[in-house]
Ligand binder design. Sequence first.
Ligand code: 4AZ
Length: 268
Amino acid sequence: MQLSVGIVVILVSVSCVITIPVPDNADLARIVNGETVDITEIPYQAALRRRVLSGWAHNCGAVIITNRGLLTAAHCVETFVSQPSLLRVVVGTSSRLTGGKTYDVSVIYSHESFSATTLEHDIALLGTSKIMDFSQSVAPVSIASEHYVLPDGTGAVVSGFGTTSYEGSSSEVLMAARVSIVSQSVCARAYLRIATIGEGMVCAKGSNPPRDACQGDSGGPLVVRNVLVGIVSWGEGCANTNYPGVYTRVSEYNPWIKQKLELLRATG
Ligand code: 4AZ
């Protein structure tokens, strides 16, 4: 989600940018300054689509964590919580528009404390109606434990089907970029006049050239050595050297995720 300097009110209107109906065949885009990757390299990447008049539109990224469970950002599913049938996930494809396997979403657990103003607790668990078949191109990633230590400067990979620049050009293929974890204090200082970097957030940036997640990447994975440490959440623009990308800090939500996975097993 894009955050505009000084005007938090704009959050609400700007969040509409990612919910404007886009036809399924629209030419959208990707990560900024990333490289194309095959889905077998990032088999936990999923695309979240939403129902529109003309079919299904790309909404956000999502991350496979069990054979029925995917994580995404709460801001991606906020308006669908009571209507999961308006969402579906597509897995196992490097192309945003073709291939892969589609699964209906039957249940959405959005974090109870998610705030659309502060973007705190920007996490949701999706349950598919059918069990997903795992393969070389469809596989879960493990989630960071509650006590996972993520040192400043750690290398991570962010991926998705989002835009290649802020309001920019497009691609149909999965992209990934190497970024490094930015310290909480440096990130808080960068965003001082704009927003609060909470405990449940973690920042990352890539340099030379600047690399970052962008619009449409939200809900997608930030991974360190095959462990999911972040979920694409928001930022001021994309690949703006003054503003790191902001992610939901997965380790902080490990107990919440476990609890919702248990609910999914027991009910959904
Ligand atoms: C978005 O609108 C978005 N640069 C996601 C991530 C970032 C900016 C915008 C971070 O989905």
